[in-house]
Write a protein of this length. Structure first.
Lengths: 315, 293
């Protein structure tokens, strides 16, 4: 049964063996996984490095929050691989307190999350020598990317269904929790109103939103953030892809585009039709009432997003 | 820190499974743990539940590995998640890798939902798995109804039909109706029965179910079928623990996540302490609230 590897007798770590399996190359891109040190923490990182000539800018991918961290992972990874195949190095990583990284989510204030992205960007610049910096972000990841871009030093933004107003995302999570409650999923045995949830957050300092803790400090920091009104020092190129069933862009995306262009940047914003059985942010694999089988319903959207991103970055 | 983590790619049937090996910093005990998720979960599970479990296990000296199935998360490949064709190839690859990386000779698998079906299939094939800790999983066989399938296909082609089929409340109702229809038939997956029976003959099998979870009825049906195929001393390998007030399926509360982590660690500890002999006692069902603190 264990023919895959020669079996060892002694219990103990084989670091050389583990190191041998930390990277792989295919189709002109090396994928390497490693722990990225940030402060005293170690953050999971996945680096897509083109094996050929490197192009500017290099990108840092900023993940979302909550279930999005799981459900949008393939979208994030698809964009990373697409850009890497075109010569752009891409670093994806879990900020401190998220995913496989160490650190406390309670300490993951917006300011600290911005700092984490900046550390990752410096690592990327040192590792590759590529000068220009781009950021990728979907949903809450788009908000974090935008906050970093506002401080300057960012040349490109690739955003997918970005959260542009600070508490918009948490309101979305509260709505999700209310939906789960209605359909009978146990979410701490109460029927929450959104106002009630906000009050609970303020009093208790933390809210269990469908199994994800949201902390008051983060909520307060983001309450008045509106990227559609203020993009600070960002003057670069932006692409906003909005997966939706609507035929037009949301008003805040239109405002965001106008804001970027008024500041001297460029912004292309596109509606991307959602596939039949899939809404953005939902699970990748879905079934009908037959619980025994789930198929990929996200792939058509991933392909479309990748194609648009490739077109934009090459333009 | 009491642990050290190593992100790796595990080769599996031509694909790469992005995995994290979590190893204790001090002495390592001779049981490696595989942490398996449901179909749509990535290796961390909901809110990093398996990350916390892995680190808690490392704190007690147990190395572990958590991974993304092929076609999911940071792994390569494409996938169809079919309970009747679980991903035992992925698990066997990851299990062999953990053994090679750490030198452990015994394995324990902790799994939720689709992961539980996959765990059953892999454990049935391996002689090094000493423990399965399984959280609720569907056990009904697949039932297809030609007319219903045709109607659904036509509905997907229309805007209103798609909206109806996507509606989460209606979907849940439809699933509950389908489950009741399936449960009335009294049948459970033959494959699941075979896998569980094969494993229960030599390994410790723990089911940790919320008392209110909808999958409990079909589990009881499955256990009755398995019991008929086992000798009396083999039946003692099976334990069903019911937890009040929770489902332990979606892990949509911090409380449920803490219960799962505590149960995962407790089970591995017990299994380790029971080596080289394994469990005595009848199929034991323990009821009541579990203190997650």
């Amino acid at each position: 049964m264990y023919s895959r590897y020669a079996c060892r007798v002694t219990v103990g770590l084989d670091r050389a063996f583990l190191a041998q399996h930390s990277s792989a190359v295919d189709e002109g891109v090396e994928e390497r996984v490693f722990p990225l040190p940030i402060g005293t923490d170690r953050c999971f990182a996945l680096f897509h490095r083109p094996t050929g000539e490197l192009r500017e800018p290099a990108f840092v991918s900023c993940h979302s929050y909550g279930d999005d961290l799981l459900n949008l992972r393939r979208i994030d990874r698809g964009l990373a691989r697409t850009l890497a195949h075109l010569g752009h190095p891409v670093l994806s990583f879990n900020r401190r307190g998220f995913g496989d990284s160490t650190g406390s989510l309670e300490d993951a204030t917006a300011a600290r999350q911005v700092e984490d992205v900046e550390v990752a960007a410096r690592w990327l610049a040192e590792e590759t020598g590529v000068v220009g910096l781009g950021l990728i972000g979907a949903r809450f990841g788009g908000l974090i990317a935008g906050l970093v871009a506002r401080t300057g030093g960012v040349d490109s933004l690739l955003l997918v269904n970005p959260t542009l107003r600070g508490t918009q995302y948490f309101r979305h999570m509260m709505r999700l929790m209310q939906t789960m409650e209605v359909v009978g999923v146990n979410v701490a045995g109460r029927t929450p109103s959104r106002r009630g949830l906000r009050d609970e957050l303020r009093e208790a300092g933390m809210l269990d939103l469908a199994g994800y803790p949201v902390y008051r400090d983060l909520y307060d920091e983001l309450e008045h953030v509106d990227l559609s009104a203020d993009m600070g020092r960002f003057r670069g190129r932006a692409l906003v892809l909005q997966a939706t069933r609507a035929s037009s862009l949301p008003a805040d995306v239109v405002r965001f585009r106008e804001r970027v262009e008024a500041a001297g940047g460029t912004c292309r914003a596109e509606v991307v039709p959602e596939p039949d059985r899939f809404s953005f942010g939902e699970k990748s694999y879905q079934s009908n009432e037959d619980d025994t089988r789930r198929i990929d319903v996200q792939e058509p959207l991933i392909e479309r997003l990748n194609a648009l991103a490739a077109e934009w970055v090459s333009g | 820190m009491t642990f050290e983590e190593f992100p790796v790619f595990v080769p599996a049937a031509g694909e790469r499974l992005c995995s994290i090996v979590c190893a204790p910093e001090g002495e390592m005990r001779d049981v490696g743990v595989l942490l398996l998720t449901g179909a749509n979960m990535t290796r961390t599970h909901r809110n990093g539940m398996w990350v916390r479990a892995a680190r808690a296990l490392a704190g007690e000296g147990f190395p572990s590995i958590r991974f993304d199935y092929h076609g999911n998360g940071d792994s390569t490949g494409t996938a169809v998640f079919d309970l009747e064709q679980p991903f035992d190839q992925d698990v066997n690859a990851v299990a062999d890798f953990l053994r090679r990386a750490t030198g452990v000779s015994h394995l324990a698998i902790v799994a939720t939902c689709f992961g539980a079906r996959t765990a059953m299939a892999a454990a049935a094939q391996r002689s090094d798995v000493v423990l399965l800790t399984l959280f609720p999983t569907p056990l009904l066989p697949r039932r297809q109804h030609a007319v219903r399938t045709r109607v659904r296909k036509r509905m997907w082609r229309t805007r209103w039909g798609g909206a109806v089929l996507r509606n989460p409340l209606l979907l849940r109702v439809r699933r509950q109706v389908a489950r009741r229809r399936g449960a009335r038939s009294g049948s459970v997956s033959r494959r699941a029965i075979e896998d569980l029976t094969a494993f229960a003959r030599r390994g410790r099998l723990r089911f940790i179910y919320g008392r209110s979870v909808s999958y409990l009825g079909e589990l009881r049906t499955a256990l009755a079928a398995i019991e008929r195929n086992l000798a009396p001393d083999e039946r003692r390998n099976i334990h069903l623990e019911l937890v009040d007030g929770v489902e332990l399926h979606r892990f949509a509360t911090l409380q449920e996540q803490e219960i799962a982590i505590a149960q995962a660690v407790a089970g591995v500890r017990e299994a380790y302490e029971a080596l080289p002999q394994r469990g005595v006692g009848a199929i034991a069902e323990r009821a009541g609230a579990v203190d997650a603190s």
